[in-house]
Design a protein around this ligand. Structure first.
Ligand code: N01
Length: 536
């Protein structure tokens, strides 16, 4: 029996990016009061913080958006196939304004901890400015990539030039004209930054530990005619994003590489390469990530392209990924990325065998060489997926923190809820689908709404995933991961398996069963009356 302590609001929501904004809408539908906390000074989340040069989506704009409001979809004009950071930020500002969402949000406010009280079944949420709020429900929309990982190179503080971390980029423009710049890291962020900085820097030196399979984006402006056609196609596009394996508005290829001859396979790969973006992976064949011969052919195809594009054979070889299969790390999209290495002001240094030893006042030092720079840019990734939640200092029943809970494997039923954390919904929690984020967010927020509604309808003060469901989902994530070729890339530290941060235990941090598979699992849960949950 609970005490008479009343919550200050029905729900606390943390974050005002795609997830937070979509959650505001859902909670309003349920008639619940809420307080949203956002660390930034505006909405946008990832797209508020990641302002580095050339930051851009790699999902086509017409699928990289929210579908809950048809009018919103039909009145927003995306300028390009792959929108840049400023355009996605403008879109999210428009969503907030159109739905008058800012009044629910307290900006400039970082949550420093949350505790579940078993006596009252309420969450107490504390902010860094010392305030506390009690709520029935806690919904986090922190994203997967909110905590930067910066390698602890000795001497980092001694560098006398400018230092930037891509995900903590200044709001004011940074001018690289006439400067000697280093970029450390060649993931999706690094390769975009490199392309932008190379155009203006006096000299750019790229420090690469693992080469990636960088696919050409073939970005282009959208004409008025194309935009109108896309808006008319709302129903089809919304359906495709819900059903596509990676939540992209694409069709399945409808063919298996394993059934094609070498010549036929080459032809479809060439078509995918020319079409651009992730269509190289998802519209060519349906078995690239599970069939060894197909994957080998697709990987070798990219290596051949690199050798064709990059003039200097030594540089080309350094850029060729050979130690993981395509898909073993998340392939980035580039815009003339490999061509950048043909510029006279760009050089590539492999730090795979000869790692960075220290940062010096004048630059940096590897085991064999010393370099001098005016600017060092860290594009070294994130403590992904678990980092944002463990950093928020969340304590469930028995005062157990998520950090302690996840010292083993990070597990969340349907990537959203976990045993021991009642009334908490982590949008894009660990073991959410590895897919384009906005459609995953919409699916998870809708499920959150259904669980809260069921709790309210049944007079339950508490809704919590069972231990069996939490473990069952985690086992399923393991099983699916093991059925793919992805674990072959583990040695190259994929962030989506938690392998990129030294000391972090790699595991199946995401669900690889595709959006349709996820939708089916969610439907099974809802239609069977939530057997994976305890309402009390
Ligand atoms: O991070 P990463 P990211 N010495 O972890 C290197 C999304 N995203 O920010 O590969 C030297 O992929 C590290 O080397 P290695 C997208 O989902 C989307 O680039 O570990 N190097 C690697 O090269 C993406 O996948 C978009 O050997 C070191 C790099 O730093 C995800 O964010 C745009 C090092 C980190 O790459 C993460 O991408 C941008 C060291 N000690 C990002 N430590 C779009 O939508 C690390 N590295 C387009």
């Amino acid at each position: 029996m609970s005490t008479q302590t009343l919550p200050d609001v029905d729900a606390v929501v943390v974050g005002a990016g795609f997830a937070g904004l979509r959650t505001i809408h859902e909670l309003r539908q349920l008639g619940l009061s809420m307080q949203v906390f956002e660390a930034g000074t505006d909405v946008g989340g990832t797209w508020y913080w990641n302002r580095y040069p050339e930051a851009r989506t790699d999902t086509e704009s017409w699928g990289y958006c929210l579908f809950f409001d048809r009018e919103l979809y039909e009145t927003w004009d995306w300028p390009e196939r792959f929108p840049g950071q400023a355009d996605v930020l403008a879109y999210l500002q428009h969503v907030a304004d159109k739905h008058d969402m800012r009044k629910e949000i307290r900006f400039n406010t970082r949550v420093s901890g949350a505790w579940f009280d078993e006596a009252t079944n309420l969450w107490t949420v504390r902010t860094e400015d010392g305030n506390e709020l009690r709520s029935r429900f806690l919904i986090t929309g922190l994203g997967w990539l909110g905590v930067a990982y910066k390698p602890p190179f000795p001497g980092a503080d001694t560098f006398e030039g400018e230092t930037y971390v891509t995900s903590q980029w200044p709001h004011e423009p940074v001018d690289f004209t006439g400067k000697r710049v280093a970029v450390i890291g060649t993931g999706a962020t690094g390769i975009q930054t490199i392309t932008g900085v190379a155009r203006v820097a006096e000299h750019l030196t790229v420090f690469q530990r693992t080469p990636n399979y960088v696919l050409p984006s073939r970005n282009h402006a959208l004409s008025e005619f194309q935009r109108t056609a896309l808006k008319r196609d709302y129903d089809t596009i919304a359906k495709k994003t819900r059903e596509h394996v990676f939540a992209f508005p694409m069709d399945a290829a409808g063919r298996l590489g394993s059934e094609l001859s070498d010549e036929e396979l080459e032809k479809v790969l060439e078509r995918g390469w020319e079409t651009g973006g992730f269509r190289y992976i998802f519209e060519t064949v349906d078995d690239m990530l599970v069939d060894q011969r197909t994957n080998d052919a697709a990987s070798e195809f990219v290596r051949r392209k690199i050798r064709t594009i990059v003039h200097d054979p030594e540089t080309a070889e350094l850029l060729c990924p050979t130690s993981h299969p395509i898909g073993g790390k998340r392939p980035p999209l580039g815009s003339f990325y490999y061509e950048t290495y043909n510029r006279p002001n760009v050089s590539l240094v492999s730090v795979r065998e000869d790692p960075i030893k220290e940062i010096t006042p004048a630059g940096l030092r590897t085991g064999t060489a010393e370099y001098e720079f005016d600017v060092i840019i860290y594009a070294t990734g994130f403590d992904a997926i678990t980092g944002p939640l463990t950093n928020m200092n969340v304590h469930g029943t028995a005062d157990r923190s998520l950090g302690e809970e996840w010292a083993g494997n990070a597990r969340m039923h349907l990537g959203l809820t976990a045993a021991g954390y009642p009334n908490m919904f982590a949008i894009l929690g660990p073991q959410a689908p590895f897919a384009s984020h906005p459609p995953v967010i919409e699916a998870q927020v809708e499920l959150t709404g259904k669980l809260i509604k069921h709790a309210l309808d049944t007079g339950s003060e508490r809704v919590e995933a069972t231990e069996e469901a939490t473990q069952g989902w985690s086992d399923l994530c393991d099983l699916i991961l093991d059925a793919t070729l992805i674990p072959q890339g583990m040695g190259d530290r994929p962030w989506f398996l938690g392998a990129n941060v030294p000391g972090k235990k790699p595991s199946a941090l995401c669900y690889l069963g595709g959006m349709a598979g996820y939708g089916a699992e969610v439907a099974k849960e809802v239609e069977s009356g939530f057997p994976g949950y305890r309402f009390s």
